[in-house]
Design a protein around this ligand. Sequence first.
Ligand code: PMP
Length: 298
Amino acid sequence: MAIQPFDNRPGVIWMDGQYVPWADAKVHVLTHALHYASAVFEGERAYGGVIFRLEDHTRRLQESARLLGFEIPFPAETINKACADLLVRQGHMDAYVRPIAWRGSEMMGVAAQNNTIHLGIAVWEWPSYFSPEERLKGLRLDMAKYRRPDPMTAPSKSKASGLYMICTISKHRAERRGYADAMMLDWQGRVAECTGANIFFVKDGKIHTPIADCFLDGLTRQTVIALAKKRGFEVIERRIMPDELSTFSECFITGSAAEVTAVSEIGGQWNFNPGGITKTLMEDYTAAVNPSGKAAAA
Ligand code: PMP
């Protein structure tokens, strides 16, 4: 089956308060966001017709915009309702939800203080980011060349489009080299995260993860930490240097898109055993996102 391009699909997109036919939800080529990356977005997932942690995603979207110096001109309730209504309108139960806010076209310089702020929301049916096979086998991660920037260099707590430039470069390079994704270090050379997911390790039955001080403290990361603690696992947030990776037995990544996915190898140097605590948390996460509260197979 031919891939359906994202600019031409059936149904509607919510744009600035209106439902518009999918193919008509356009911006002009002279849009500040396109030139200067003045855009913030979210990535959410609906399970069984319910968007997981919708309110938290909307709050983060608003906060991301504030960090870039603009206010989204719709209250959280409107955004939440638009996301939920769109899901029903498009007839999806298990889907990806993508709100994006951006600066418009009134001014086209670095300064664009008074440009109109727009908000668009699209939903689409989306299978698991990684195939179930990959998730059980564990992903192979490359080491990215780029590092997560110092929070004094970029608004690293914002889910801002501009910050994804190095993610796309790193993910493309990883794919060219035969890997599924890349692990990025931070500006100080410490283990940080992947190009669209946070990272965890296991050693002696304890879970270790980098402190989220220069990258997104993902909602999935927070959920998984809570689930792990509920199981009685110790979760240690600390600085992790790459030379320590050989001491870990398991590795997994977390994200709204990636969910909980095992890692089998990083950079051809470090190997891990998928399973164990990773498998338990995969199952717990699947149960947590299921709106009926029943555990489904991970
Ligand atoms: N880091 C990056 C760079 C991401 O793009 C994402 C996905 N939003 C995450 C971490 C995980 O965030 P969340 O669990 O909130 O989806």
